[in-house]
Design a protein around this ligand. Structure first.
Ligand SMILES: [Zn+2]
Length: 229
């Protein structure tokens, strides 16, 4: 759950290979939050704080991953020049219900994509809100690529990120990361709705003793998003 990341449970516990049994698109982060993860068309990629990107070893252990099978029949909408707010509004308009989960995919040409990654952490881990102050941001200019992630209902804040949570992966796989802001020239948006989900909790490690309050809305919005949910 995302709140475990917020309180500093950064040790990898879920094997990428096992997560891939549940889907072909997804997002997450690697052990010690060294890299942001994008799973696209069944292949996992890791995007590091230096802006570089490389294939992720299926044996890698992740502290957080969210994955699904993207419905190939999911509705598609063409987008022209769009800001982050325009994109958020377009996604909003395609939600089956604000009480369902949705996987989001945008393939397009981007004027700018602002991404961030956190440097790898070492124990004893500090809370993510503190670590995020040292996050490294990169402004990607003139990129073709894919935005991928989820829109989740407000009541799941803390389990996942409520509202929009998007990662980016460049078509040439040279770069990517957690998305802070985007401006696009054009693209296609697909939104795949889900009325059920499986939640797997860590069965070992710091998670077992972590104090999770379900009350970190402001911190999660500050660290993970820029769009109110
Ligand atoms: Zn992210």
């Amino acid at each position: 759950v995302i709140e475990a990341l917020m309180v500093g449970d950064y040790d990898g516990v879920f094997r990428m290979r096992d997560a891939l049994e549940f889907g072909d698109v997804g997002i997450g982060c690697t052990d010690r939050i060294e890299a942001e993860v994008v799973v696209l068309d069944g292949t996992p990629w890791q995007c590091r704080s230096d802006g570089s990107c490389s294939p992720l070893d299926p044996e890698a252990l992740l502290p957080f991953v969210e994955i699904c099978r993207f419905d190939p029949e999911a509705p598609v909408q063409r987008l022209g020049a769009s800001t982050h707010d325009d994109l958020a509004a377009a996604i909003d308009g395609m939600l089956a219900s604000r009480n369902h989960f949705h996987a989001i995919r945008v393939d397009g040409e981007f004027e700018r994509v602002r991404i961030r990654a956190t440097p790898a952490q070492t124990p004893p881990y500090r809370p993510l809100a503190e670590v995020a102050k040292e996050q490294v941001e990169h402004e990607l200019v003139g990129m073709t690529g894919t935005l991928l992630g989820f829109w989740s209902p407000s009541i799941y804040q803390g389990i996942t990120v409520a509202g929009l949570h998007l990662h980016f992966l460049a078509d040439d796989r040279s770069t990517g990361g957690h998305v802070l802001d985007v401006a696009m020239h054009r693209g296609t948006l697909s939104v795949s709705a889900y009325a059920r989900f499986d939640l797997r909790l860590p069965e070992s490690g710091a998670f077992l003793g972590s104090s999770l309050s379900g009350d970190l809305d402001a911190e999660i919005v500050a660290v993970e998003g820029r769009t109110a949910h």
